[in-house]
Design a protein around this ligand. Structure first.
Ligand code: HEM
Length: 209
């Protein structure tokens, strides 16, 4: 079976969901095995944050993969990947709200206002929730394809906010190595997108050189 045939397979989406939920299942298993190290709350918040960023990168890689390979089959996975990104962001915010803040809403609101890196993460999560809520076919129909597409382009703003959140958080410790790796990946994905859009505009019939 070729990779393209795998991508077309009816079970491929389920396989992806199963694989994508393994890091979460592993985290839950390690809670019960008491294997989260000396600070389990910090470990859970950081791991779910890392997985949110990883899934955001994979989601943004779908369009370049489709264009560069010429295989429209990649698009079958974009919505699921976006929802998986949202799932990890939700778990990340939930771990922070429950484990760090004891679900004290006034304290959480104060923290969002007081710490800019939390405010930026919060903004990214709110935007991501809007995209998750409008990711279904009914929303495309109700909004019209072009408005829906414009709304979903905010995924690039979400990526920038997520990166800023990560950078800000690490700036206290002056530990930027991983932030740089994500900046390079997201920069390449966004750069490709801008280059591709400009190229398409240039080669559109009737476009001026
Ligand atoms: C799209 C949304 C978000 C993404 C992609 C994201 C990503 C991350 C990443 C990558 C880290 C660092 C993990 C590490 O050090 O390995 C992190 C840490 C953290 N994030 Fe987020 N985050 C998001 C939203 C939020 C929200 C909504 C909150 C809370 C309201 C939040 C609170 C925190 C906290 C408290 C930490 C850990 C700080 C520490 O341990 O000192 N994040 N996040």
């Amino acid at each position: 079976m070729t990779l393209r045939e795998y991508l077309r397979h009816g079970l491929a989406k389920w396989l992806l969901a199963g694989l994508a939920l393994l890091p979460f299942a592993w985290l839950v298993a390690r809670i019960f095995l008491d294997q989260l190290g000396p600070n389990p709350a910090e470990h859970l918040i950081r791991s779910t944050g890392d997985w949110t960023l990883r899934f955001l990168c994979v989601t943004l890689a779908i369009t370049p993969l489709r264009v560069l390979s010429g295989w429209p089959e990649w698009l079958r996975f974009r919505r699921s990947l976006g929802l998986l990104t949202f799932f990890y962001a939700f778990m990340h915010a939930l771990c922070y709200s429950v484990l760090d803040m004891g679900l004290e809403w006034p304290e959480i609101a104060m923290d969002v206002l007081k710490r800019p890196f939390i405010a930026v993460g919060f903004a990214a999560a709110v935007l991501l929730s809007v995209l998750a809520a409008t990711s279904f076919n009914g929303a495309v129909k109700a909004m019209g394809a072009s408005r829906w597409r414009r709304l979903h382009q905010t995924v690039y703003a979400i990526a920038a906010l997520a990166l800023l959140h990560f950078f800000w958080m690490r700036s206290g410790k002056k530990n930027f190595a991983e932030v740089m790796v994500y900046a390079a990946i997201l920069g390449a994905l966004l750069g490709w997108r801008v280059w591709h859009a400009a190229r398409q505009r240039r080669f559109k019939p009737g476009a001026r050189p």
